[in-house]
Design a protein around this ligand. Structure first.
Ligand code: ATP
Ligand code: MG
Length: 434
């Protein structure tokens, strides 16, 4: 009997179906935000991965699948998407077009880790990379996109863990302070951290073994070493998130496991509503202003994130249907209404909302079935009575509402419903303002 390689997974038809629709959904959302897909090889020259992640990073020292190909070249199965995507941007000189580039990718990654729930040796990530923007507003927009995905998947108990590593000066000053602080405390650190002291002091803060060690808890804080510019930029990110009511905590101890991060970094984690405990991070990312230069290209401020698809898939409520392919289904009752709704549907389509109508002569039940198959969010119904009064009936399947509105208000109404969907504070998602 042959078995699968340790740490890999077979996705049987049911699970595959779920993963595929989740991936398609993520691609749709990213497209909506103006990102375009990029597909890059899984196989990479080792140097790219080692250089970008950092020779002393956990990923490179313990987790990469490195081997020699038959031509004696050292190659690595990609452990993450950012370095290969940035390599492709540079190699294909994509940065000579309009900046910023907004790219998304999805596919398998490989890390030699101890397999357990949510941690595999072959797993999938979905990620976005914005290349060629130095604006902290973009950091916040990228975080917002990540949290929008959580919200639209009806995952309520998520929270952003946020920090800044500052610009190069801030980080260098901070590293000096950390070196000084840990100098006479090396005995109190784990063996890995003793090595990190020499190779990458910052990463001591990311120690997974010694999380509650007093020595780590009392270490100097990055906030005391930030330049004025880095402080201001971090304030922009926070006010943007405040404005949109995105839940976050600032964690001055957060550092990420890869060497290329600068400035804003974040993780999105789930918080147990009962005991406030935190489960594994589902999404992580941040700004990496030095990577393009490190890989031999021009300096291009960049920011991105990656979701673990399997981890995300494990927390999605099976009952939630997130694959809203068709946004609005137009349901005519009678021939007069049909012609009228065709006009209205065209108008809505021209506004960029995907819409459908089943042209067969169906009864209401038949139309409902058809909209279920299409996964339509809004059902827009019109018969002779409504037509006479220039009204339409609209059902929102997400918020479970049913209203009779002026047909001239249709677009406005739908937009309002979408907005309310974002946990709008004043109406709690159920407001009847239309
Ligand atoms: P962790 O702290 O859990 O090891 P990480 O910091 O190594 O995560 P990233 O490199 O930031 O993770 O990758 C982004 C996301 O990819 C993670 O938040 C997680 O959802 C997913 N991920 C990372 N490693 C694995 C793995 N071995 N198996 C499954 N998913 C993973
Ligand atoms: Mg890891």
């Amino acid at each position: 009997m042959y078995t699968k390689v340790k740490g890999t997974i077979d996705f049987l038809p049911e699970q595959s179906k779920k993963l595929t629709s989740l991936e398609n959904y993520l691609k749709d959302v990213a497209s909506l935000y103006g990102y375009q897909e990029i597909r890059v090889p899984i196989l990479s020259y080792s140097e790219l991965i080692h250089r970008s992640s950092g020779e002393s990073s956990d990923i490179v020292t313990k987790e990469t699948f490195d081997f020699k190909d038959r031509g004696d070249r050292m190659v690595t199965l990609r452990p993450e998407g950012t370095a290969p995507v940035v390599r492709a941007v540079l190699e294909n000189k994509l940065y000579t077009s309009n900046l910023p580039l907004k790219l998304f990718y999805s596919g398998p990654m490989f890390r030699y880790e101890r397999p357990q729930k949510g941690r595999y040796r072959e797993f999938s990530q979905f990620g976005v990379e914005v290349v060629g923007s130095n604006s902290p507003y973009m950091d916040a927009e990228v975080i917002t996109l990540a949290t929008t995905i959580f919200k639209s998947l009806r995952i309520k108990n998520f929270r952003v863990r946020l920090n800044t590593l500052g610009d190069d000066d801030s980080r260098n000053n901070y590293k000096v302070a950390l070196k000084e602080y840990f100098k006479d405390k090396l005995d109190l650190l784990c063996n890995d951290c003793k090595k990190r002291y020499e190779t990458n002091t910052l990463r001591i803060l990311d120690c997974k073994i010694d999380k509650d060690n007093e020595v780590l808890l009392n270490a100097p804080k990055i906030s005391d070493y930030l330049s004025d510019k880095s402080k201001e930029e971090f304030e922009v990110v926070k006010s943007y998130l405040d404005l949109l009511h995105i839940p976050y905590i600032v964690d001055l101890k957060l550092v990420r496991g890869l060497d290329y991060y600068t400035n804003t970094i974040f993780e999105v984690e789930l918080v147990d509503e009962n005991d406030n405990s935190i489960s594994q991070a589902i999404c992580a990312g941040g700004r990496y202003n030095n990577l393009t230069k490190m890989l031999g290209g021009p300096e291009l401020g960049s920011v991105g994130f990656a979701f673990g698809i399997e981890r995300l898939s494990e927390i999605i409520d099976e009952r939630v249907d997130y694959s809203h392919k068709i946004f609005a289904q137009f349901i005519p009752i009678g021939i007069n209404a049909k012609m009228h709704l065709i006009e209205l549907m065209q108008e809505i389509r021209e506004h960029g909302f995907s819409s459908e109508m089943n042209y067969e002569s169906l009864n209401l039940k038949g139309h409902f079935k058809s909209s279920d198959q299409n996964n339509a969010r809004f059902l827009i119904i019109c018969g002779d009575d409504e037509l006479k009064d220039k009204k339409i009936r609209i059902k929102d399947k997400v918020q479970d509402t049913d209203d009779l509105i002026d047909e001239s208000k249709l677009l406005e109404y739908m937009l309002h419903r979408i907005r309310c969907n974002r946990d709008c504070e004043t109406c709690d998602g159920g407001c009847d303002e239309n």
